[in-house]
Design a protein around this ligand. Structure first.
Ligand code: HEM
Length: 392
């Protein structure tokens, strides 16, 4: 049977897209793909150059918010996110978020995630929460969300995120608008605690939206990182044994998973004006799909890049590059590391299902996030868990 993905969007949830990515990188590192109607970049050099190029923006010109969300509270939240802005709006929000994120010790984040993961591992019905719930609960706790509200907040983030997916046919816009309104109000109420880091250039509404945005950014990206870590542990028994015997650092393992099988497989850019890329002429408005996962295995980035080696230095594009590079990378790695530590304590609770997954891998339906579906039920209140966002 030929498992080759039909196009670079289907590759995201293919059982193994990496031979396909390699062929693209070797044969056509930058080309126009008729099936997805976008230019596609797959080599490290082209991806890195595009992410640094001011001729390209994160949103299409004249469309700061997807048309389906325009005019709703969900659209308002979306349009305020640092991830979706360029120029002064981006430059004002990024340092404030950097200060929030920089105030959290990775060791504290890891300890919270480990505690939450231990609790989830105790009950078979809650193990699926390792991917989707635990990272959100950890970041919500760091953000100061009271414990009584964390589960509800995590469910609201799921609803908002699901509504952003182009594949969404389960979550009505009204539900996402309610979720967005609640999240913005929650963080608006608690803004006082962030007064020392709130930049003067940011309105309280934009700052509150971006605090909620930290949960939005955590959601599926962290589910993918945690899930792909468990898949790697099931696939690499020697690595699992080395981690259990403390002969390998958990942080190094997580970093290699983020390179080798990244949670966010691609991102998009839009030409703000006519420009050239790798010898091709692009018109204003044309879109480019940047295959971060393909670039991560470019031999130009390091030896034997197709292989899994947690002892290699961390590198790659799994957390982006350039002015929109993920400011949550250290946090995301710490949270995933905490979950992995808890999983190493209770291997029998998850390894059998991760092994069954390896025999017949199925990934959630998404255009950019690679999240394994273990043979576990989807958590209650996550109607949207089979969908994925395009926020990352
Ligand atoms: C495994 C988890 C994560 C992965 C793989 C990931 C990956 C990425 C990537 C690839 C980008 C760049 C997108 C682009 O340039 O088009 C990005 C941006 C971003 N990430 Fe993450 N991320 C993760 C977790 C987090 C967490 C936990 C936070 C915060 C709590 C976060 C906050 C952000 C923000 C705010 C941006 C936008 C930055 C900007 O536009 O300047 N991410 N992330």
């Amino acid at each position: 049977m030929n498992d080759e993905p039909l196009d670079p969007l289907q590759a995201v949830s293919a059982p193994d897209p990496y031979a396909y990515y390699r062929r693209l990188r070797e044969r056509q590192p930058f080309y126009f793909d008729e099936s997805v109607r976008m230019w596609v970049a797959s080599s490290a050099a082209v991806v890195e150059a595009l992410l640094a190029d001011d001729n390209f923006t994160v949103r299409p010109a004249g469309q700061p918010v997807p048309p389906a969300l325009a005019g709703s509270a969900a659209g308002e939240l979306f349009g305020r996110l640092v991830r979706m802005n360029e120029g002064p709006a981006h430059a004002a929000a990024r340092p404030a978020l950097g200060a929030v994120l920089g105030g959290w010790e990775p060791a504290t984040a890891a300890a919270i995630a480990q505690r939450e993961a231990r609790a989830a591992l105790k009950s078979p019905g809650r193990r699926v929460e390792l991917l989707h719930r635990v990272p959100l609960l950890a970041v919500a706790e760091l953000l100061g969300v009271p414990s009584s509200r964390r589960l509800h907040v995590a469910a609201q983030v799921d609803v908002f995120v699901a509504c952003l997916s182009p594949q969404n046919n389960a979550v009505p816009l009204e539900a996402a608008a309610t979720a967005a309104g609640e999240l913005t109000a929650l963080f608006g109420e608690g803004l006082g605690r962030w007064a020392p880091v709130q930049a003067a250039a940011l309105t309280p509404e934009v700052f509150a939206a971006n605090l909620a945005g930290l949960l939005v950014q955590t959601c599926d990206a962290s589910a993918g990182l945690v899930g792909n870590c468990l898949v790697a542990l099931a696939r690499e028994p020697e690595v699992l044994a080395d981690l259990q015997g403390a002969r390998l650092d958990v942080g190094a393992f997580v970093a290699e998973v983020a390179r080798h099988d990244p949670a966010i497989q691609n991102t998009r850019r839009h030409a703000a004006r006519a420009t050239s890329v790798a010898g091709a002429r692009l018109q204003a408005g044309e879109a480019v799909l940047l295959l971060l996962a393909a670039a991560n295995r470019d031999p130009a980035c390091g030896e034997a890049a197709e292989g899994f080696d947690p002892r290699r230095p961390a590198h790659g594009f799994g957390f982006g590059s350039g002015r929109h590079r993920c400011p949550g990378e250290a946090l995301a790695r710490a949270v995933a590391g905490g979950v992995v530590l808890a999983c190493l304590e209770q291997v029998d609770a998850w390894l059998p299902s991760a092994r069954r997954f390896l025999a017949a891998p199925v990934y959630r339906n998404s255009v950019n996030a690679r999240i394994p579906r273990f043979d576990l039920p989807v958590p209650a209140g996550t109607a949207a868990a089979a969908l994925s966002p395009t926020t990352h």
